[in-house]
Design a protein around this ligand. Structure first.
Ligand code: PLP
Length: 376
């Protein structure tokens, strides 16, 4: 019965051009991937600063695992509450300018863990309609009332806030959107926050490390709580949540995804501490990332494409799902890797190629991409 249902659904996905079938990757070498023994230039990595493949980080992480061992072997709430994890979290809070920080095994788990715990039935969550799937899942699990506002539309957010004036409201957004690649209008968002006094959660997964002074993102002035992931610009894995006093203890007591999961190992915390120093001295990498990203966007526009994105995440609008898959396949034949992004990650009929720029890319890489991309 189950098997038949799964098979039918997959056939439907295939017919709709939505079947997900990622290629198997033999290995990674800097900005290149090896797929079926073929070397392809990767435009689909979130390793924005190239740290994930840097010898320096690899050595530090290896040393930390040798020193501390491979696992914490316990939830944080049992025998996993190691001093070095607490020390690392304090350093993260202070580096990013918040009272407290808490590490989670992934950004997905963090969004689920905080949103489903902080909010409940009587609360209202107002959210940007393009926030990450993990936040949406957290909202659903919380049991709170919720309503979306149009992507990055501050007038629409204001309308929603007016309609919910008497209630306890939280607003969820991102600082650099994962698929559209555009920035939150932090100034207007901050003004609305002052006017309506809501609690704000800003997901800075794509900004932390890569954007802002010392890689500190863009939303500090307007965020009560911020989420960062180690899996993107930090070149590691896991995530951190930055928050005001009192919230961490609440999570320790009530957050099921935190309480009932093995905490990240001490070696992770030691590597996170090493990373703060690496991130602060990565100014040149951030500058180069900005430059190649700008050149890519301008060149795509000159070639006649519609493209959105204010920084290193660029969304090349394609439209039909099948066409996006076709363009991606044709690029792969020419040794360029950039997979299509389709429904449900983006709305139906609005498929994109999500181009992820990294500090490893050069102007020459951008030019080969542009030359090999089929005309719109
Ligand atoms: C905006 C946003 N938040 C959270 C996550 C989840 O982070 P992680 O990959 O660490 O689970 C992602 C990852 O795709 C993301 O794009």
């Amino acid at each position: 019965m189950f098997a038949r249902r799964f098979k039918n659904r997959l056939i439907f996905q295939q017919k709709a051009g939505l079947r997900r079938n990622p290629p198997e990757i033999d290995k990674r070498d800097g900005k290149y991937l090896f797929i079926n023994s073929k070397k392809v230039l990767n435009f689909a990595s979130n390793d924005y600063l190239g740290l994930g493949v840097s010898e320096e980080l690899k050595e530090k992480v290896a040393d930390n695992f040798l020193k501390y061992g491979a696992s914490s072997s316990s939830s944080r709430l049992v025998s996993g509450n190691y001093s070095i994890i607490n020390r690392a979290e304090k350093k993260y809070a202070s580096f990013f300018g918040y009272d407290d920080a808490l590490f989670f095994p992934s950004g997905y788990q963090a969004n689920l863990g905080i949103i489903s715990t902080f909010f409940e039935k009587e609360d209202i969550i107002i959210f940007d309609k393009h926030i990450h799937a993990s936040s949406i899942k957290g909202i659903n699990l919380s049991g709170a009332n919720f309503c979306g506002y149009n992507h990055n539309s501050m007038p629409h957010l204001k309308k929603r806030l007016e309609a919910n004036k008497q209630k306890q409201v939280a607003v969820l957004t991102e600082s650099l959107f994962s698929m559209d690649g555009d920035f939150l209008d932090v100034h207007s968002f901050g003004k609305l926050k002052k006017e309506y006094g809501f609690l704000s959660i800003v997901d800075e997964a794509h900004a932390f490390g890569a954007i802002g002074e010392n890689g500190c993102g863009i939303a500090r002035g307007a965020a009560d709580i911020a989420l960062g992931t180690f899996g993107k610009a930090f070149g590691l894995f896991g995530s951190f949540v930055l928050m005001p006093k009192g919230f961490k203890e609440y999570l320790f007591n009530f957050s099921s995804p935190l309480i009932y999961s093995t905490t990240l190992p001490e070696a992770h915390a030691a590597s996170a501490i090493d990373l703060l120093e690496i991130i602060s001295r990565s100014k040149e990498k951030r500058k180069h990332l900005r430059k190649v990203s700008r050149i890519m966007k301008e060149s795509l526009k000159r070639k006649g494409f519609r493209v959105t994105g204010d920084a290193h995440v660029l969304a090349l609008e394609i439209g039909k799902e099948a066409r996006a898959a076709e363009v991606s396949q044709s690029l792969l034949k020419k040794n360029i890797f950039v997979p299509p992004v389709r429904y449900p990650t983006v709305p139906i009929g609005r498929a994109i190629l999500r181009i992820s720029m990294t500090a490893l890319h050069t102007e020459k890489d951008v030019m080969s991409f542009i030359d090999l991309l089929p005309a719109p």
